[in-house]
Design a protein around this ligand. Structure first.
Ligand SMILES: [Fe+2]
Length: 353
């Protein structure tokens, strides 16, 4: 994944993506807005602090599974495909109970595990976006599995390129760009893998305007699954910490993707993703109108500009006793700005626990 870094947008500009502006209507094909799958009768929504523990256990199991299937593929052995569905169904239930918990957990893992955590993060985010797009349960399962295996072809890329702590040369980049074809070939050999999963692996780096790879497909030539994976793949890659780069703040990444929406992505999918992640995605580091700093902990349904924030620093960036404020219940307190926590050497996810 090597998107060109565009000029970063401000939080305010990202916020504008919440509304369908005239420019979007002119540049993209208007589509009917999807309706989210209603919550199943046997599932109750819970606060994020309750769901975090459940999501963390499931996430750990899924990362272990990713280690196993990547190892099997590297050794030329068939991998156990059947373990994927129960894990993805666990994530679907978790997203139904609280759609922020699994997304927050996905950012807690260390960067040296990126190859494995990225597969799982893309799976989780695919479920979250699929839900926003009105997918049925079986479609969510399929897209979650496709997310899990989208980068399987990286098992065929030499470790010195895959884990290189720096920019890849042109030649190394060309080798890296073979991973969708490797992934497709490996999955095809396994027999019985659904078509959506095969095409997710093969087409997740294709772009709407035909400038992607490996085949330069455009528009409707790209499968639905691959179009969805393309969005969440870039989001996870840019918001992840790597050996050679700091993570970019989630809101900034959404702003960048909004700029690329016409060239890279199917109409309206980035807008739906921004809606599903919220104006201030969980994990955003913000300054409040009081001058204090904190991390966004949860969304308030129907009030995207006023999330729950765990306040952790005073106006001079001195650590204070943490407290959680629900901005939707506060008349005076609002988000004043989104801050890059890296500039202050702060790991926001240590504040979420
Ligand atoms: Fe990829």
């Amino acid at each position: 994944m090597t998107p060109e870094y565009g000029k970063a947008m401000t939080a305010e500009e990202a916020r504008q993506a919440m509304v369908k502006d005239p420019e979007v209507i002119r540049e993209t094909t208007p589509v009917e807005l999807p309706v989210e799958l209603p919550l199943p009768a046997d599932i109750k929504q819970v606060p994020i602090r309750v769901e975090l523990r459940e999501a963390a256990t499931l996430y750990g199991e899924a990362v272990n599974y990713a280690h196993e299937f990547m190892k099997d593929v590297r050794e030329g052995k068939p991998f156990d495909f059947n373990d994927a569905a129960p894990l993805v169904n666990g994530f679907i239930d978790s997203v139904f109970r609280n759609d922020s918990a699994a997304a927050a957990i996905s950012k807690l893992r260390s960067f040296d595990e990126y190859t494995y955590t990225h597969c799982i993060n893309v799976s989780i985010l695919a479920v979250i976006l699929g839900r926003k797009l009105g997918y049925s349960r079986s479609q969510l399962e399929l897209v979650g599995i496709a997310g899990m295996f989208h980068d399987l072809g990286k098992a065929a890329i030499p470790g010195c390129i895959l884990n290189k702590p720096g920019k890849l040369s042109e030649q190394e980049m060309n080798i890296m760009r073979t991973h969708p074809l490797h992934g497709y070939r490996i999955l095809k050999e396994q027999k019985g893998i659904p078509e959506a999963v095969l095409r997710g692996a093969l087409e997740h780096h294709e772009k709407h305007d035909g400038s992607g790879y490996p085949r330069g497909l455009e528009g409707d030539e790209i499968s639905d699954t691959a179009r969805l994976l393309a969005v969440v793949d870039v989001y996870d890659a840019l918001t992840s910490k790597r050996v050679y780069k700091a993570p970019l703040p989630p809101g900034q990444v959404l702003g960048m993707m909004y700029q690329w929406r016409v060239t890279d992505y199917h109409p309206n999918i980035v807008e739906q993703f921004i809606k599903s992640m919220g104006v201030y995605p969980v994990g955003s580091f913000v300054r409040l109108t009081s001058g204090e700093y904190g991390v966004v902990l949860d969304h308030c349904p129907g009030n995207p500009l006023n999330p729950s924030v765990r306040v952790a620093f005073d106006s001079r960036m001195r650590a204070i006793t943490m407290r959680t404020v629900e901005l939707s219940r506060s008349e005076k307190l609002q988000v004043a700005d989104v801050i890059n926590p890296d500039e202050y050497g702060i790991d926001v996810f240590t504040l979420i626990h």
